[in-house]
Design a protein around this ligand. Sequence first.
Ligand code: KIV
Ligand code: NA
Length: 264
Amino acid sequence: MSRIRTAGLLKKKRNGEKITALTAYDSSFAKLFHECGVDVLLIGDSLGMVLQGLDSTVPVTIDEVAYHTRCVRAGSSDAFVIADMPFMTYPEPLIACENAAELMRAGANMVKLEGGDWLVETVQALTRQGIPVCAHIGLLPQSVNVIGGYKVQGRDEASAQALVDHALALEAAGAQLLVVECIPTHVGKRISDALNIPVIGIGAGKETDGQILVMHDMLGMNADYLPKFTKDFLAQGGSLRGAVSAYVEEVHQGKFPAPEHCFD
Ligand code: KIV
Ligand code: NA
């Protein structure tokens, strides 16, 4: 499978074809995911939780994300790979550019940052330097200590509208992709309809242009923790390949996420 690029993702949105994404942290899984037709691989700072056993993404460093980006790239030379900018690696545009460069050198095709319109100058600076940006709004795990927990965002009209406004500002600044996390289905739809760029959701309902899950969650690795918005595809698919293929197929067919995986 050849690499899908930003233009390919945009085309999928225009054609109403759902985009599939999964997190990946190593070469073996990256290779398998790519072979199963997953469009986008994300080296998420969720690695702090699922690989390092921490209780948040806050301690994750740029070197750690760069290391895992190299691993993913080594396993899937043709995959479209996004790397997360960790906590406090983009407090201002110049610092963001320097840190993002580390991830690009490690093999990323795009970097992702958490936040709204306060990142406009940073997104502009990155894009001007040749670094494509995926923005990330809704629940912002790097801000868990400010928010006070992992909660659904955008539930009232004012905060839903604020999310739409942030999304539009980030798109205007040059972001080429947007991740929306833990928001009601109707807000996911509103943001996807308002934007030209593709919107990929996690816990954001079935109306977004694509879906992303943390690989460990969709494989049901942690018996004590299966968030509402995810599903154990390994139980259903019977094998790793079966699980990933089932995920890809159900997203394409609009079967995942089902109502029980969504917030309203
Ligand atoms: O770190 C991560 O895995 C993410 C996804 C949940 C979107 O940011
Ligand atoms: Na992340």
